[in-house]
Design a protein around this ligand. Structure first.
Ligand SMILES: [Zn+2]
Length: 410
């Protein structure tokens, strides 16, 4: 039985060209998918004839559900102790050198059973929904061995199977060199290429293959081997590139035909050009810049001027960005990356869908696309970044089902 959401004060619907269709006094007719979407005077009479259930948006703003296209939610513990150490003056590098950082998340993840990991992740998935996020890309990368990477991916699959939030899994076995291979990094690369990638692909546990291309982690040459191997097994490349230093990761993203390259705080002019030409999405993560106390933001204005497609994501992870509030990331993109409010909102909806190559079914509201949308607590989209750090989500619909009512999980 379809439902009609009537009395929408403003409906903002992202278009492929980066702009929005804007409809006042709108209504949406939907079941699991959007059936029709437009002005209330056209949609409502149709709904009344068919005996559809009618719900009232009370004049509020409706947008597509937010798409968080870069997260690391499969971790065991938050790392608040490291935040305190940094707060007292230790650097991220010093903390990593003394066994903290990603390697500490690896130790705690390995000590956790798959069942326990599922139990820890489920409340995090509720939190994404409460922030109006209806689709999340989720990476492994804290296991760093065949069994442990597969454990994370299986836990992600189990969570996705029992929760309304949609999880898109990414294999990130090349996130760091694990302690046991510190003296023989070449050997770990062999494990990734010959064991972990084939097993993740054969068990259909990942759609994307990602790598942390950074000085001291994986070089451009090593990253190329990881991503090309992933491709041979049907995994679409993604890459953490040019985050803390310039490495040429963006150029590599273009070369291998990645869906997206992420961070890009130190991207070169050539890197931008190549990514635009190759149609690679620029996934910007300004939350990680703020939280690490850094000052160099990705050059969003230059990217947009050159015609790049931008996605904004939380980078939710226990080290550099422990937030699930994508609306707050929109604020950071406006303030620090000088994106306009509408550019940032586009990047957190349809832009995210492009980064996941799911723009045919999520990211905007059109017939046959998923009925994933948010009713906000006001009718003016400028308040999304303006009320920074606040959660102004009222209702969330995922695949046509009400999953958040008055800000709470249904
Ligand atoms: Zn990341």
């Amino acid at each position: 039985m379809p439902t009609c959401l009537k009395n929408i004060g403003k409906l903002l619907n992202p278009k492929p060209d980066g702009s929005f269709e804007e409809i006042s006094d709108a209504a949406i007719l939907f079941d699991r998918e959007i059936i029709a979407c437009g002005s209330e005077s056209e949609i409502l009479p149709e709904a009344r004839v068919s005996g559809t259930e009618i719900v009232d948006a009370e004049g509020m703003l409706v947008t597509p559900g937010l798409v968080d296209s870069h997260t690391h939610p499969a971790f065991a513990e938050f790392r608040a102790g490291e935040f305190e150490l940094r707060n007292r003056g230790s650097s991220y590098k010093e903390i990593a050198a003394s066994g903290g950082g990603i390697r500490s998340s690896v130790r705690s993840l390995r000590a956790l059973s798959e069942d326990e990991l599922v139990l820890r992740m489920l409340p995090r998935l509720d939190t994404f929904l409460r922030y109006g996020i209806t689709t999340v890309e989720a990476k492994s990368g804290y296991g760093l061995s065949l069994d442990q990477e597969l454990k994370q991916l299986r836990a992600l699959k189990r969570c996705g199977d029992q929760h309304p939030l949609e999880l898109i899994p990414t294999l990130l076995a090349a996130h760091e060199i694990p302690d046991e291979y510190r003296e023989n990094r070449r050997k770990y690369l062999d494990v990734v290429v010959n064991e972990i990638i084939p097993a993740a692909a054969e068990n259909k546990l990942a759609q994307f293959c990602d790598v942390f291309c950074e000085r001291g982690v994986f070089s451009v040459e090593e990253s190329r081997v990881v991503l090309e191997t992933g491709k041979r097994y049907g995994l679409i490349p993604k890459i953490h590139a040019d985050q803390l230093t310039y490495t040429g990761g963006a150029e590599l993203a273009a070369e291998v035909g990645a869906a997206s390259a992420e961070h890009l705080d130190f991207i070169s002019e050539i890197g931008i050009e190549r990514m635009v030409e190759a149609g690679v999405v620029f996934t910007l993560l300004p939350g990680a810049v703020v939280f690490l106390g850094l000052t160099r933001y990705p050059p969003a204005r230059r990217i947009l001027e050159m015609g790049g497609k931008v996605a904004l994501a939380t980078d939710f992870n226990p080290g550099s960005s422990p937030t699930q509030n994508l609306a707050l990331i929109i604020t950071l993109a406006c303030v620090f990356c000088k994106m306009t409010i509408r550019e940032a909102l586009w990047s957190a909806t349809l832009g995210g869908a492009y980064a996941l190559r799911l723009n045919h079914r999520i990211g905007s509201l059109h017939p046959q696309k998923q009925a994933d949308f948010v009713v906000w607590d006001y009718s003016d989209e400028r308040l999304i970044p303006y009320n920074y750090g606040m959660n102004m989500v009222r209702e969330v619909y995922k695949n046509g089902s009400l999953v958040i009512r008055k800000g709470m999980r249904v």
